[in-house]
Design a protein around this ligand. Structure first.
Ligand code: FE2
Length: 299
């Protein structure tokens, strides 16, 4: 018996293929130490296999109910911080892309974001004094991203989460995301720049929205004093070294509030990208009677 070999112009070369990928950042519930190491090095890590399908189904159901109630105007104003966008084509259809403080409305979300299977990792990163931001700013938010025209939430430009409040004493912090839909180019996905959490990134004194920089903001922040080697892009530009994160349903993503990231819009208008996201924080922020934060001048 003989074996035939063929050589074609598409045969693999001798070197190792380049695989810039988020796959190596995925860990199981019994790999928290490795997960924390990955997080410290890269600024993010994925915990896969912690939440059961029953737990996910409860989150689905309770978040969908909250979203529908918000759409009907039945919820307190604090849950609807974003504008309801009327679909011009469909007339009366309204989509609430976000439900704020959703852990108050969904016991399943409240349980998941404090799950004893993920807390040791969060405490290892932030310390035992870290606290769940479930009652401040927007709390944990159910996010229903859709590429379609009725949607106000389709994609997000480059940012680091701490830049949303550079005047507040919340950082460092870990953003915790429960993925309810797997992500892909079809329904959109996160773009991450591994290691960028270590740079001291300037507060965005120039940005696409011309948002006002709050008084008392720090000039820059990150895990080290090393300046960012280049300016953060203003919108969706490519960055050398960025990688896509393709999540699976049920994945818990931990990402650093100093990490540079963006979200790519899906290519299929019929899809959705649903997740719940909020923060575990450090620091001791004060807040006023109406719930706004103020800088804690003592720190
Ligand atoms: Fe973000």
């Amino acid at each position: 018996m003989s074996t035939a070999t063929t050589t074609t112009t598409t045969s693999p070369g001798p070197g190792r293929p380049l695989r810039p990928s988020s796959d190596a950042a995925v860990f199981g519930p019994d790999q928290l130490e490795e997960l924390v190491d990955c997080f410290r090095t890269n600024g993010f890590a994925v915990l896969r296999g912690l939440l059961t399908e029953d737990e996910l189904a409860a989150i689905d159901e309770q978040c969908a109910a909250a979203q529908a109630a918000l759409g009907r105007g039945e919820l307190d104003e604090r849950h609807g911080t974003t504008v309801l966008i009327d679909d011009e084509l469909a007339g009366s259809v309204a989509v609430a892309n976000y439900v704020s403080y959703v852990s108050d409305l969904s016991p399943a979300v409240a349980a998941a974001v404090t799950h004893p299977g993920v807390l040791p990792a969060i405490r290892a990163i932030l310390g035992d004094d870290c606290w769940l931001m479930d009652q401040r700013q927007f709390g944990f938010v159910y996010q229903d991203a859709r590429p379609g025209r009725e949607s106000a939430y389709t994609r997000i430009g480059w940012h680091a989460d701490w830049q949303s409040a550079p005047h507040l004493d919340l950082w460092p912090s870990v953003a915790l995301t429960i993925h309810l839909d797997g992500t892909s180019p079809a329904n959109g996905f996160l773009r991450l720049l591994p290691g960028s959490q270590r740079w001291s990134t300037p507060t965005p004194y120039r940005n696409v929205n011309d948002a006002e920089i709050p008084e008392g903001s720090v000039a820059s922040a990150g895990w080290t004093d090393e300046p960012a080697p280049f300016e953060m892009p203003l919108a969706f530009e490519p960055i050398a070294g960025e990688i896509p994160l393709y999540a699976e349903r049920g994945d818990l993503l931990l990402h650093d509030a100093y990490l540079w990231h963006a979200a790519a819009r899906g290519t299929d208008d019929e899809t959705r990208r649903r997740h719940v996201r909020g923060h575990w924080c450090t620091g001791e922020p004060l807040h006023t009677d109406d719930g706004r934060f103020v800088k804690n001048a003592a720190r």
